[in-house]
Design a protein around this ligand. Structure first.
Ligand SMILES: Nc1ncnc2c1ncn2[C@@H]1O[C@H](COP(=O)(O)OP(=O)(O)O)[C@@H](O)[C@H]1O
Ligand SMILES: [Mg+2]
Length: 221
């Protein structure tokens, strides 16, 4: 296995897992020239629908990224299989993952945990952090839908530290472009390449790349 596996997970629905998974995938490919595959393990299939919409838009004969669906327990097999051929494999997960979510955590090189700035989201994060810690996997919390002026955002940063979790320096703002771009198979990177959303995604992806460490020389797009 040569590629690196990133699992985006958080027990709370609507925290931004699928949005962040898709944006990390596109940014890894376009900004870091990595070959990328995505794995959708959520039966709701939101990432898959995004990918299908994206494929329909694309005029290129060569698929931009690999895509598979998997059950929770099949995530490890599919991701490791893809990692033979791709530099980065990103796994999107359903909310309320129980013990069946372990394969997606245990196979990851890095766990990315999107957290919206609310106490409920923060509480929902604890089991994920515990699972990552017991599997000895590094986890990076990403504050999503943040409003830099809100006091709660500052309180969240302190709470992350108390959880013993590492938080990304970059916060992702609450920006309509994330929702509107995803709906047509795109991302904020493409829809507003010079906008603040694109710049936040670029910065978070940079942090993810740093957390993943050096890659073995393999393919570059
Ligand atoms: N940073 C953001 N700014 C604005 N809307 C967002 C942001 N992140 C996610 N959303 C929206 O919030 C909803 C839930 O996001 P989603 O990525 O589907 O969460 P999850 O996969 O964790 O359930 C979607 O409608 C999405 O478009
Ligand atoms: Mg989702």
């Amino acid at each position: 296995m040569t590629g690196k596996i990133v699992t985006v997970t958080q027990q709370k629905g609507g925290s931004g897992k699928t949005t962040i998974a898709a944006h990390l995938a596109v940014a890894s490919s376009r900004l870091h020239y990595r070959t990328v595959a995505i794995v959708d393990t959520d039966p709701q299939g939101s990432l898959g629908r995004w990918f299908m919409a994206r494929s329909e838009r694309s005029s290129s004969a060569r698929p931009e990224m690999g895509f598979r669906t998997a059950s929770a327990w099949g995530a490890r097999y599919e991701a490791q299989d893809l990692a033979k051929d791709y530099d980065i494999v990103i796994i999107d997960t359903p909310p309320k993952m129980g013990i069946d979510g372990r394969p997606a955590i245990e196979t990851a090189d890095l766990i990315v945990v999107p957290v919206a700035p609310s106490p409920v989201d923060l509480w929902a994060t604890e089991p994920t952090i515990e699972m990552a810690q017991s599997a000895k996997k590094p986890a990076l919390m990403v504050l999503n839908r943040a409003n830099a002026r809100a006091r709660l955002t500052g309180e969240m940063a302190t709470a992350f530290e108390e959880l013993g979790a590492v938080a990304a320096k970059t916060m992702i703002g609450n920006r309509i472009i994330f929702a509107s771009s995803m709906g047509c198979g795109s991302t904020a990177l493409e829809a507003q390449s010079n906008g603040p959303a694109a710049s936040e995604v670029g910065d978070v992806t940079h942090e993810v790349m740093n957390a993943l460490g050096p890659f073995t020389a393999k393919s570059a797009a």
